[in-house]
Ligand binder design. Structure first.
Ligand code: NAD
Length: 355
């Protein structure tokens, strides 16, 4: 089905309010998820709602929790997310960190113990909206590992995303790199399995540690493993995200001495920089314009695939999906309708919203 972003948002808000979230919280989480779908990241969109409801019913996700500032130390702000909705607590922590960076020029945010913060690019966009540069490192705990270390044969860490956001120039758009350090997200492997397709070679290991293109290895026990991007270099980035987000925030890493309850907890270390404290913004903007135009002028190897900037694919997807609606597959939709019922929202009420 194709559904308009507004209606999809209202459906998610109804499900979350059925679970006890305030209207404000439901609006923040739903708009984050719908924006993930709009930008083409269905793996982090409304398809997460069933998992959130399930985890909340296990009392491992605490609705209506605000972020707690546990240490205010000049340019360093340390926060605890208290297992609240990551979309809420990370946003609140970013708001405070951006305000601090406006005073100090640079601020370091340490956020531990947030439930799944979703699409990390959202927080880069928050910084960009304030004219800031931001750098984010995230790890994933309280969950079984999914990704194999380079040269290893089984999963030892999460999909550990990294995000870097830099304001665009006068003529060019904001630059937003937002990526998992695994070759693909687990959600994309599930989509391939549901469609009966194989994944690209170099994406997965099976349970014996041998390369495979069969997506089902990620949904059996014992489970296979995703591979990192870029061999040892991508592994190095994933490793450093684990250290920076897991150790420096105090939240903890995925090492097995830390308990795993089968929810999704993210820790995030973020640096917010006010670029105007580093020089002339006009010069920076014109330099970004010239640089981006230079890169994009490289003749495309394939005429249908021009050179893009990080962030362009999401803008292209958003324009398309705003115009044509967001595609939701049948399985995802039936799961959402099912968990809605568990939160006291009937299928008829959902149909009433969708129209
Ligand atoms: P992806 O591979 O689709 O894109 C990664 C980045 O590459 C994006 O910044 C995109 O703009 C850029 N890009 C893509 N094609 C490009 C091209 N041709 N030229 C230039 N740039 C290009 O994304 P992904 O790695 O699958 O990650 C998906 C989402 O999952 C992200 O939003 C990430 O934050 C999220 N995520 C979250 C968690 C979590 O625990 N919260 C974990 C992993 C991933």
């Amino acid at each position: 089905m194709l559904i308009s972003p507004d209606r999809l948002q209202k459906v998610v808000e109804a499900v979350l309010m059925g679970g006890g979230s305030t209207a404000e919280e439901a609006e923040i989480v739903a708009s984050h998820l719908v924006r993930a779908n709009l930008t083409g990241h269905d793996s982090h969109g409304v398809g997460m709602v069933p998992a959130y409801v399930f985890i909340q019913h296990m009392d491992l996700l605490k609705p209506n929790t605000s972020v707690k500032l546990v240490q205010d130390d000049g340019a360093i702000l340390r926060f605890d997310g208290g297992r609240g909705y990551g979309q809420v607590v990370a946003r609140e922590a970013m708001d405070q960190t951006i305000a601090r960076a406006k005073e100090t020029g640079i601020a370091l945010m340490s956020l531990a113990n947030a439930h799944h913060i979703g699409r990390v690019g959202t927080y880069g966009e928050q910084a960009l909206a304030a004219g800031m540069v931001s750098i984010h490192f995230v790890n994933v705990v309280d969950h079984s590992p999914l990704v194999a270390p380079f040269r290893g044969s089984d999963a030892r860490f999460g999909t550990n995303p990294i995000c870097i956001a830099v304001p665009g120039g006068n003529k060019t758009e904001n630059i937003l790199l937002d990526m998992a350090t695994s070759k693909v997200a687990l959600g994309k492997v599930r989509v391939a399995m549901n469609k009966g397709e194989q994944v690209a070679p170099g994406t997965l290991l099976d349970t014996t540690g041998a390369p495979t293109t069969d997506p089902s290895v990620m949904f059996e026990e014992p489970r296979g493993a995703l591979l990192t991007i870029g061999d040892h270099k991508g592994y190095g980035l994933a490793f450093m995200a684990e250290v920076l987000a897991g150790v420096l925030t105090g939240g903890g890493t995925i090492q097995p001495g830390n308990e795993r309850h089968n929810s999704i907890i993210n820790h995030m270390l973020a640096i917010v920089i006010d670029p105007s404290r580093l020089g002339d913004r006009q010069w920076m903007a014109s330099e970004v314009d010239a640089m981006v135009e230079y890169f994009k002028a490289s003749p495309a190897q394939n005429a249908d695939e021009p050179v893009l900037s990080p962030g362009d694919p999401e803008r292209i997807s958003e324009a398309d999906r705003r115009a044509n609606g967001i595609p939701i597959d049948d399985k995802t939709w039936s799961e959402i309708v099912e968990v809605a019922k568990a939160n006291g929202v009937s299928a008829e009420q959902i149909e009433g919203i969708v129209g």
